[in-house]
Design a protein around this ligand. Structure first.
Ligand SMILES: NC(=O)c1ccc[n+]([C@@H]2O[C@H](COP(=O)([O-])OP(=O)(O)OC[C@H]3O[C@@H](n4cnc5c(N)ncnc54)[C@H](OP(=O)(O)O)[C@@H]3O)[C@@H](O)[C@H]2O)c1
Length: 322
């Protein structure tokens, strides 16, 4: 496993980050603990969560993923060995301050996350998505207070447009406030434009850490969804329209190209999808998701695969469906 600094911070993160959105959704506590054990044993020192994970699941009002990470950190006594990234913005309680990036929301949300995670400090606290109803300066002043109180070390953002990110970085500089040190974009072989058009250059120019989410497009880039339209049972795309944007010619042409490349590396399609993301020099760490150890075991093995320039160029040249 390789480690590198997240942007200008002193957080030395593994090239793979364990995403924990499935915990309390499609992975139960036992499977979640097994995945955290496996990730840790294989050198992953970076976990990503969010306070809302995963409120859309049955019997889950949010907070479950953070709480299980907290239980695991405590039971394994490894707090000092794991870099914890979480997020705030989504609705966590009723009323006007129950969601958003206002000071009122964030100051309570961070206390709740600290309690669930059973830690004194969150290493990376991220704005989950923008809040057009709150001035950026108010959000950054709330983060400044958290950092000065030792509750948060660094801040990052996710799902921001280039102009929202630029405005925020300018506001930080103008008022001498903490600045976002990382971005968490939606980025993978079938969803490229959102990151590559502008955010990628901005991240490079500003020396930001980049931690893309859904590098396997939620499972589509494993090759288990078929051109024939067959949706595997017990997969994220079963019984809903999540994978529809990719179930088309562009999407399957990418799978076919990856299949050929995978064969020559004695690898799987998922490993090639991840190797492609890790070959992008602007990417610090890819946030992988899994439901069980066997999936994680496959994806972690990616770290030994290096695409040739020609293979990368071939995948780069294919049109992305979204
Ligand atoms: N900032 C944001 O707005 C945002 C949004 C989404 C995610 N995230 C973060 O990013 C993390 C990862 O996102 P993601 O779960 O969408 O990532 P992903 O790696 O693209 O997809 C993970 C899913 O792919 C399937 N899968 C993984 N490995 C597999 C394998 N070897 N074989 C077959 N199927 C496999 C599993 O789903 P099935 O088994 O169900 O098919 C798994 O849950 C999340 O946990 C979260 O931390 C952030």
């Amino acid at each position: 496993m390789l480690y590198q600094k997240l942007g200008k911070t002193d957080l030395n993160v593994s090239q793979l980050c364990l995403g924990t959105m499935t915990m309390g959704w499609t992975a139960d506590k036992e499977a979640s603990f097994a995945m955290m054990d496996h990730a840790f044993e294989h050198g992953i020192n970076f976990f990503d969560t969010a306070d809302i994970y995963s409120f859309w699941a049955d019997n889950n009002d949010g907070g479950v993923s953070e709480a299980w990470i907290g239980d695991w950190l405590t039971s394994r006594q490894v707090r000092d060995k794991i870099i914890i990234a979480t997020k705030a913005r989504g609705r966590m309680w009723d009323g006007p301050d129950g969601e958003g990036l206002s000071r009122q929301h964030l100051m309570r949300a961070v206390e709740d996350s600290l309690k669930r995670l059973q830690v004194e400090t969150i290493d990376l606290y991220q704005s989950h998505w923008p809040d057009e109803n709150t001035p950026i300066e108010e959000t950054l002043r709330a983060y400044e207070a958290m950092i000065s109180q030792g509750k948060v070390r660094y801040i990052g953002c996710s799902n921001h447009t280039p102009s929202q990110l630029r405005d925020s970085l300018k506001t930080s500089a103008r008022h001498n406030l903490p600045a976002y040190e990382s971005i968490q974009p939606h980025y993978n072989l079938v969803h490229r434009a959102e990151y590559e058009n502008e955010l990628m250059g901005l991240a490079r120019d500003e020396n930001l850490g980049v931690i893309p989410y859904s590098p396997l497009a939620g499972g589509f880039l494993t090759g288990k969804y078929k051109r024939s339209g067959e949706i595997p049972a017990q997969s994220r795309g079963y019984g809903n329209d999540r994978m529809i944007p990719y179930l088309n010619k562009e999407g399957f042409d990418i799978i076919d190209a990856m299949e050929d490349i995978a064969q020559s590396h004695d690898a799987t399609i998922a490993q090639i999808a991840l190797a492609w993301i890790l070959a992008n020099p602007t990417v610090t760490s890819a946030i992988i998701g899994a439901n069980r150890v066997s999936q994680l075991n496959e994806t972690i093995k990616t770290i030994v695969i290096k695409l040739s320039d020609a293979e990368k160029a071939q995948l780069d040249s294919l049109p992305s469906p979204t």
